[in-house]
Design a binder for this molecule. Structure first.
Ligand SMILES: [Zn+2]
Ligand SMILES: [Zn+2]
Length: 340
């Protein structure tokens, strides 16, 4: 084991996971090496697994919900120390000098946009190396398993909501109560919004209320647009589902100047321009965020008690863990642990 590590790699697009031994990598300049404690299994890992993302070089280790401990520093890393706990999320780095970077739109870097587990090996393994710019500080209060899903599902919902323009007391609805939505409801509540959960089936109501929703709308038996309108109309609807028709069905529930924020990767959505014009509605997408946004997400989660509900698997059972996530049946996020 001395200088070997186990990782779960994808040998080629669409290929099966392989647990292999590799030499523990040395961090290049401005990168660090991380001993991984836990890594979430995100739906976007299918981009690597199935090869949907263009230009991936295989074999590749997926995983962009990483929590671990820095165990070696590359040259010119001054702001981090060995032994610090850090997280790595989707945004793995950017050039810093292209036009978009200089405007602060790091997610739109045109020169060197790095995505963890796609551009370089991610957290499905005992060790990984990551650019120091991609690191978020992890509070001691958060275990690896607790922290991991916050590095993508958490930051995406937290950051979308805190940048939504909604103010304390505003009506904010979260569409979907899955991996993203169960965090979205908690964040919305803790940010002080009048939080409404929308999902299919009466059986989800106790969960929605437990997570902090003051109202629940069952989209199977109720019309969510009508119900939201009765409540005054939503300032923001955070759409976490992957079904475009479910998103279309809530558009009419936006209040004046309301905003539909789309973070579920549906194939397509049908929207009514008439509603958009008459209500001065906005439709907006949201990208997770950078490492400081992750750090803010973790700190806020500790401060307010927001946690992901997780199903935990050891690295060896990566195939089962991935299939479970893809089945959509996990309650609610799947997390791999490295057992060391
Ligand atoms: Zn993700
Ligand atoms: Zn750039």
């Amino acid at each position: 084991m001395a200088n070997k590590m186990r990782v779960a790699q994808v040998p080629n697009a669409g290929g099966p996971f392989q647990i292999v031994e590799r030499p523990i990598p040395e961090p290049p300049a401005e990168w660090v090496r991380i001993k991984v404690q836990a890594c979430g299994v995100c739906h976007s890992d299918s981009l690597t697994k199935e090869g949907y993302w263009p230009g991936i070089q295989y074999p590749r280790v997926p995983g962009h919900e990483v929590i671990g401990v820095i165990d070696a520093l590359g040259e010119r890393v001054s702001q981090w120390k060995v032994g610090q706990r850090v997280g790595v999320g989707w945004h793995g780095g950017n050039c810093g000098y292209c036009d978009n970077c200089r405007r602060g739109d790091f997610f739109a870097c045109t020169v060197d946009l790095k995505i963890t587990g796609i551009s370089f090996d991610g957290g499905y393994g005992e060790y990984m190396v990551a650019p120091s710019i991609a690191l978020a500080r992890v509070p001691d209060e958060l275990s690896g398993v607790d922290g991991a899903p916050l590095m993508c599902a958490g930051i995406t919902t937290f950051n979308a909501l805190r940048n939504s323009g909604a103010r304390a007391g505003d009506l904010v609805a979260v569409l979907g109560l899955g991996g993203l939505g169960h965090l979205g409801v908690q964040y919305a509540r803790k940010m002080g919004f009048r939080t409404v959960g929308i999902a299919r089936g009466k059986d989800k109501e106790p969960l929605a209320r437990e997570l902090g929703a003051f109202q629940y709308i069952d989209s199977q038996t109720q019309n969510p647009a009508v119900e939201l309108t009765k409540l005054g109309g939503a300032r923001v609807i955070l759409a976490t589902v992957t079904a475009g028709d479910a998103m279309s069905a809530v558009q009419g529930g936006l209040g004046p100047n309301g905003k539909l924020i789309v973070i579920g990767a549906a194939q397509s959505i049908q929207l009514s321009p008439l509603l958009m014009i008459g209500g001065k509605q906005e439709i907006k997408g949201w990208y997770s965020g950078t490492s400081i946004d992750s750090q803010d997400t973790l700190a806020f989660s500790v401060m307010t008690g927001v946690r992901s509900m997780n199903e935990v698997f050891p690295l060896e059972r990566v195939t089962e863990a991935y299939d479970r996530m893809m089945s959509g049946k996990a309650r609610f996020r799947v997390v791999l642990t490295m057992g060391g």
